[in-house]
Structures are given as structure tokens and as C-alpha cells.
Design a protein around this ligand. Sequence first.
Ligand code: GSH
Length: 266
Amino acid sequence: MTELTLYHNGPSTCSQKVRLILELKKLPYVSKEVNLLAGEQHSPEYVKLNPNHVVPTLVTKNDILIESNLIVEYLDDAFPEIPARPSSPEAIHKVRLWMKYIDTFQQYTGPITHGIAVRKLQMDKSDEEKEADLQNIPDPVKRQARKETIEKGIDAPIVMNSLKKAGEFLDQLETNIEDSGWIAGDKFSMADACVLPYIQRFDHLALSEAFSEEKRPKINKWFRKVKDLDFFDKAVTNHIPSRLVEMMNTFGEEVKDRALNLMEKK
Ligand SMILES: N[C@@H](CCC(=O)N[C@@H](CS)C(=O)NCC(=O)O)C(=O)O
């Protein structure tokens, strides 16, 4: 019997990766939802577990683990019965390249999501509440970037640049999906788990035209394959309130054409 407690958030991309691997491996865990919109990631109790004020955090019998990609690696090392890595060293190298890439790419998803949708969800907050939210962000660079994103939305330079990076990410992915239909090797692996949440997010933000059958057919097919996995809903869909998906979609539709153009800007 495993003794794992996951501090996570339903829609959070980094949390989705970990839940996908937990479900792939059929590992039971105690679920502790951290409400990011309410700022629970900044609470003193949570910051003791994760000093970076972010989700996810995995608590095991012996340790407190942070960093989603490293948690995924840990799960495969600790529970190898159902593997999340392919077997050939070359395919494992490809998995690692993708994990490294995604670790860098993660910084662009926050601005895209905040710039298109989260800023709209925060409109009801008073100026004092908004300022308090900003002051909770420990890194001053990130704090300033978030401020610009909330104020200017898709016109904030950081959001525009992030959308361009998203287009590059999609190009990279389209050329890397193998004949097997997966990213590395012949099965769903931690590389697919780490990439999926970003494609899912673009889909929620009404940007799926960027990987339509005509535009990026391999991603289109891959995304359908991942969603067909028998543990997909348990790991992903069931944790994301449909009301939130509808809102992300509505706000995405409002800026969709410009966002898609920025994604394709070379
Ligand atoms: N490198 C970290 C990044 C974690 C991260 O940025 N998590 C986001 C959700 S996907 C978060 O908790 N954001 C809260 C905030 O920005 O206030 C990881 O991979 O675990």
C-alpha cells in the first residue's frame, strides 16, 4: 500500500502531469486541493511544504517532494511496476529532452492563461485585493510580469512573447511525435504526460485551431489518443470544473484570432 499525499490544483498544468503518472501507475493517493485563485499556495502551512509557493507537492512516508517533473521521475523510480519511461536508452534520452524543454516552457503558460482568462476572473476583486495577490508573489520579476499581464492582457509583451513560444513549442512537437503516435517509444510515457497539460490548456483557451487536423495533424491525432486513455478522465477531466472550462473558452474566443496570429508569428 502506498502512502502518498498530493497537494495539487485541478486545472494546474504541473499538477496534471503528476496525476497522469499516478493514475497510469494505479497508485492511490490522498488528494489535498490547493485553491490557487484564493491564494492558498501562499499560506504559511503550505509554504512550509513548498517554499516556492507553487503546486504540486508530493508528501511520501519519508519525504516532501517538489517540482512536477522531478516528482514524475521519482514516481517511476519508486514504483517501477508499470513503467512511465520507454525501455531503449535513445527513447529515454528523448523523454529527458522533452522534460527539460517543458520545464522551460512552463514559464510561458502562466502569462498565457492569466493574460487571456484569469485576469477576467479577477475583475471582481477590489484594487486592494489585487495588490495583496501581487504582493504574495515572492519573486519580484514574476510579480512585475503578473502585474503587466493583469493590466494589459494579451497586449502585455510577456503574453505576446509567450504565445510566440507556444507556436514554437507546437512546431517542435509536431515534428517529434513518432510513427507510434507517441512522443518517445511505442507507449504513453512521462514525456506525453508532461506535454499533455499544455495542449489541453490551449484547447480550453479556444486555441485548438493551432493543432487542427489540417494545421498540425500529428498533434491532433496524438491529443485524441491521450484523451482516449482509460485513466485520462480520472487524472485530468474530473479535476477541472466544467464552469471553469466554459469560462476559459469564452475568454479565449474573445481574443482567439489575435492569439492564434501571435502563435504563428515567425
Ligand atoms: N517548476 C514548478 C512550477 C510549478 C508552478 O508554476 N505551478 C503553478 C501551477 S501549474 C502554480 O502553482 N502557480 C501558482 C502561482 O503562480 O501563484 C513545477 O514544475 O512544479
